[in-house]
Design a protein around this ligand. Structure first.
Ligand SMILES: [Zn+2]
Length: 144
């Protein structure tokens, strides 16, 4: 078991060049939260806040971030939740799970930024688009 970590919260305008350990820097101006990876590897984790990225909640004392922080591109591959300023370690995910989460994010973004955008279906699983000519004539007969 890893040690429980409690994070301080600093509300800043711009994220400073040097981040202190165990501190969440929250910039409302840039809708961004930055912190040093909680595993102690020292890499900076930047989480943009947006309807399709992370959501921040602040209860007046501590900050929670949703969804979890998955540092898959870091060597440490740490994965944790920030819940009321506390770090809750989550399990590692397989590459397959990460890919499916990424694909889901991608589709959510596409829908958010362009509601007419159809979900992206990988070619291998895409079903041929079968028009049903029979259905329309059947409907037309029903309504006439
Ligand atoms: Zn790390």
């Amino acid at each position: 078991m890893r040690q429980p970590i409690v994070l301080d919260t600093e509300f800043v305008t711009g994220v400073p060049d040097q981040l202190a350990e165990h501190t969440l820097y929250v910039s409302m101006e840039y809708a961004t939260v930055a912190h040093k990876c909680c595993c102690g590897c020292g890499l900076e984790v930047v989480t943009p806040l947006s309807p399709t990225d992370w959501k921040l909640s602040y209860d007046g004392v501590s900050v929670s971030l949703h969804p979890s922080i998955g540092n898959w591109s870091f060597p440490c591959r740490s994965h944790y939740w920030i819940d009321k300023g506390k770090v809750r370690w989550a399990g590692d995910m397989s590459q397959e799970q990460i890919n499916s989460v990424r694909a889901k994010d991608c589709r959510a973004k596409a829908r958010y930024f362009d509601p007419t955008e159809r979900p992206i279906v990988p070619a291998s699983t895409a079903k041929p688009d079968n028009p049903k000519p029979g259905l329309w004539s059947w409907l037309a007969r029903l309504w006439s």
